[in-house]
Design a protein around this ligand. Structure first.
Ligand SMILES: NC(=O)c1ccc[n+]([C@@H]2O[C@H](COP(=O)([O-])OP(=O)(O)OC[C@H]3O[C@@H](n4cnc5c(N)ncnc54)[C@H](OP(=O)(O)O)[C@@H]3O)[C@@H](O)[C@H]2O)c1
Length: 277
């Protein structure tokens, strides 16, 4: 069941205020460093009254400095209902670039509810001189790209797509996730590490050397928090299998920095106060 915290002052219900100074009600779809950074930037701003939404995948998310809710909305219809019921004036989809269902739901629900949408997404990493990348479309293709010869693989693709690597049981896997995989991963030779980023390059390099890593598998998450493994692999001359980003929807205003999202929200707020809504 979705849960909503109680930090919003009693009596202040979204959709009830209509004076020209009323704040813009904002839904931030989160689960990323960028969403948390945006929450920090809007916390305490009188023009913006934002709630941050988590899917509930992480067992103990770091509590944000603004009201938050946890759990799915119930598809497009549920999200559209939420937007209308809460009087939402703008949505920022700051979910992970690989979270394709919620991104598509946000596009459809915002269109249905007539709410402006911005997509806050970190630019992807690009290979530079010294990188030995093999780019593939998905986790099964990444498992196949590891080849038939047994290798020590550092697997950093999150905990939801680990099953795909059961198709390549000849390898020994070092798997790093934020929360323990549940159900357990069906990989015969497996070392599990639980850790939450950011990860520094020097630490990543030391880990890879200590564990005898021969190849890294990663999504192209972008950003700085988890780039250390890419730089460490480059420094060690290791190959990297990179799962490409799924194509974006192309809808909404695309922004690359939390500060740009604040500017976008402030522009929506001044637009709504000029119209007196
Ligand atoms: N996929 C990744 O590689 C990855 C990596 C790091 C972090 N994350 C974060 O983990 C969460 C789940 O990712 P996913 O790939 O499983 O998503 P997904 O497949 O795109 O979404 C599956 C369902 O989870 C619910 N959901 C997702 N994000 C939500 C949010 N922020 N607030 C409320 N409900 C949400 C929605 O349920 P309803 O249809 O019921 O609304 C959605 O239909 C996201 O918040 C994402 O930012 C994902």
């Amino acid at each position: 069941m979705p849960t909503m915290d109680s930090q919003r002052p009693a009596g202040l219900r979204w959709g009830m205020a209509s004076d020209i100074d009323s704040p813009l009600r904002v839904l931030i779809l989160g689960g990323t460093t960028e969403a948390t950074a945006l929450a920090r930037l809007v916390a305490g701003r009188p023009e913006i009254d934002a709630v941050l939404s988590f899917a509930g995948r992480t067992l103990s998310p770091v509590p944000p400095p603004i009201p938050h809710r946890i759990g799915g909305f119930g598809g497009v219809e549920g999200l559209a209902r939420f937007l209308v019921a809460e009087g939402t004036g703008a949505v920022v989809d700051a979910t992970h670039p690989y979270a394709v269902r919620i991104a598509a739901n946000a596009v459809a629900a915002c269109a249905a509810a007539g709410v402006p949408l911005a997509v806050l997404s970190r630019p992807p990493w690009s290979a530079v001189d010294g990188d030995r990348w093999t780019e593939v479309d998905d986790a099964p293709a990444a498992a196949a790209a590891l080849g038939p010869v047994p290798r020590r693989v550092f697997l950093t693709v999150g905990r939801l797509e680990l099953d795909a690597f059961a198709a390549a049981p000849q390898h020994a896997y070092l798997v790093r996730t934020v929360d323990p995989p549940d159900p357990p991963v069906p990989l015969p030779r497996l070392t599990l590490i639980q850790a939450r980023g950011p990860f520094a390059q020097a630490d990543e390099r030391a880990l890879m050397e200590r564990e005898g890593v021969e190849v890294l598998v990663t999504k192209n998450s972008g950003g700085t928090a988890t780039h250390g493994k890419i730089a460490a692999a480059r420094a060690l001359g290791l190959p990297v299998v990179v799962i490409r980003r799924p194509p974006g929807s192309g809808a909404g205003t695309v922004l690359h920095a939390p500060a740009a999202a604040v500017d976008w929200l402030l522009a929506r707020h001044s637009g709504s106060t000029r119209r007196g809504v």
